[in-house]
Design a protein around this ligand. Structure first.
Ligand code: HEM
Length: 488
């Protein structure tokens, strides 16, 4: 114990000497810390400095809370895979999500997590994706038909459009589409309200202050949760009453039995798993698509390549599951979009026992943070890290990336269970939009990534809609867009 404490002190001295850790001692440092955290509360990615994109493993001390940031593939592998059992999802993640998803898969731990994961796995197996793909094309088609009714050049908020279509997709997979437009809108709206309140950085947790301190927005978040509970429980009750087998995700969860005890999920666990799949499944894919459309609008050459591929492979018909392997460039656009704008931009874990990551001592109870936003743009790990270049995910080049430097779906045993679902959905929707439309960023609009529970554009993504057969907008405007975006 003595030795570990001495190691920790040595670590701090060494880090402070290297400018990697701030020694927060006086009042000035306290003010600095609180100011930084306040900035992070509004936008989590504002916590990172330019220098952080070059660092590997470094630590911060926020009052009582020590946070080790792991921005190094070997370190990521250690935390998320090799020494997985020593890390649990942090209190920050738990506090942000527990009111909403209870004991659901995303935040449950230990034996409960293992059991729920085993039960849920078959639902997301590759063999089921073909069936889900049909619901995806139908939902995309309905959205495109709505878009057809707009005049050419009409403005849409693409973030909202994508959230609506992905919510529809997940509803179809979960409830065979029998949710109804009104109830689907209710679910969607409640999640939105929740994200606006509890999706922010929790300063009390980040600084290790006592938990009884009241949190901003907690009451509003509880109201959103109550609304969701009523909706989800209502849907489950209807399904039980009707007793008709639909072979959708809800059926699968309702019929699942513990392999050891033969027990079914309790009503509250069932509710939690429905909430998790909805939350984890729609918001992330919606953001991935929103960023992909934004990037294509800034890179007309990539957009042309997408159109060429989609026309050649599909020739105007709707994509089917088996077409997806023939659309590698569309997929590469999604992959590269996920690199530059990872919807899940931060993972926070708590060390259960003392550990060492690389040369750094990590004491039990301290927090470890891995940020895909940082590591995906790491100056040494990626060539042209801030440049949109889908080609890096094609051919031989893709083999050059370290697996643990690219984490849009996480890594190790907790890898996203819906990865195949999300990628199938994003590829289908992107291809179907590209068959009929181009989207252009509103002239003069400056895009700012906003890090909350997920990474989304602040104030949405206002874009104008242009039919592919209409006269394309000039290259001058494309040049203007490039100037308005400092990152790409
Ligand atoms: C592009 C879309 C998606 C992205 C970027 C994404 C990202 C992620 C990430 C990064 C994690 C791991 C979080 C961590 O380790 O802390 C995760 C877990 C999870 N995702 Fe996804 N996801 C996507 C789509 C989906 C879909 C479509 C579903 C379900 C319909 C889904 C359900 C889940 C669940 C249930 C977990 C928790 C798994 C566990 O802890 O065992 N995700 N996702």
């Amino acid at each position: 114990m003595q030795l570990q404490r001495a190691e920790l002190v040595m670590d701090r001295i060494e880090a402070a000497a290297m400018g990697q850790e701030s020694a927060h001692t006086g009042l000035g440092d306290l003010v600095h810390t609180l100011r930084l955290l306040w900035r992070g509360r509004a936008n989590l990615i504002a916590l990172w400095s330019e220098k952080d994109f070059e660092r590997r493993i470094f630590a911060h001390q926020f009052l009582n809370r020590r946070i080790t940031v792991v921005n190094d593939p070997a370190g990521v592998k250690h935390v998320m895979s090799t020494n997985f059992d020593n890390y649990r999802k942090s209190v920050y993640t738990e506090r942000a999500l527990k009111p909403l998803v209870g004991q659901g898969l995303f935040i449950s731990e230990g034996e409960l997590w293992r059991r729920q994961r085993r039960i849920a796995m078959p639902a997301f197996h590759r063999t089921r994706l073909r069936g889900f793909a049909e619901g995806m094309t139908q939902a995309a088609e309905e959205m495109l038909q709505r878009w057809e009714r707009h005049k050419d050049g009409a403005e849409l908020e693409v973030g909202g459009e994508m959230a609506a279509v992905t919510a529809e997709v997940v509803c179809r997979a979960m409830f065979s589409g029998d949710l109804g437009r009104e109830r689907a809108a209710g679910v969607f709206e409640a999640f939105e309200r929740y994200q606006r309140t509890l999706g922010r950085l929790d300063i009390v947790e980040m600084t290790g202050l006592p938990r009884w301190i009241p949190r901003l927005g907690a009451r509003r978040a509880r109201k959103a949760v109550r609304q969701l509970d009523t909706l989800i429980n209502g849907i489950i009750a209807t399904r039980r009453r009707e007793g008709v087998e639909r072979n959708d995700l809800l059926d699968l969860f309702m019929n699942a039995r513990d392999p050891d005890t033969g027990e079914a999920m309790s009503p509250s666990l069932l509710r939690d798993e429905v909430a998790v799949s909805f939350l984890a499944g729609h918001e992330t894919t919606a953001n991935a698509l929103t960023w992909a459309f934004y990037l294509l609008s800034q890179h007309p050459e990539a957009e042309n390549r997408v159109r060429e591929e989609v026309d050649r492979v599909l020739g105007g018909r709707r994509p089917e599951y088996d077409d997806l392997t023939e659309l590698p460039y569309v997929r590469a656009v999604i992959d590269e979009g996920l690199r530059l704008y990872p919807p899940v931009h931060i993972f926070s874990r708590e060390a259960l026992g003392d550990d060492r990551i690389g040369k750094r001592y990590v004491p039990a109870g301290s927090m470890v943070v891995i940020s895909p936003w940082l590591i995906h743009r790491h100056r040494e790990l990626w060539s042209e890290p801030d440049t949109f270049r889908p080609e890096r995910f094609l051919g031989e080049e893709v083999k050059q990336h370290d697996r643990f430097a690219y984490l849009p779906f996480g890594a190790g045993p907790r890898l996203c269970i819906g990865k195949g679902f999300g990628l199938t959905e994003a590829t289908i929707i992107l291809a179907m939009v590209a068959q009929r439309f181009r989207l252009r960023l509103r002239t003069g609009h400056v895009v700012e990534p906003l890090g909350r529970l997920t990474l989304r554009p602040r104030g949405g993504m206002p874009m104008t809609l242009h039919r592919r057969d209409a006269t394309p907008r000039s290259g001058v405007e494309a040049a203007e867009f490039e100037e308005s975006d400092p990152v790409n």
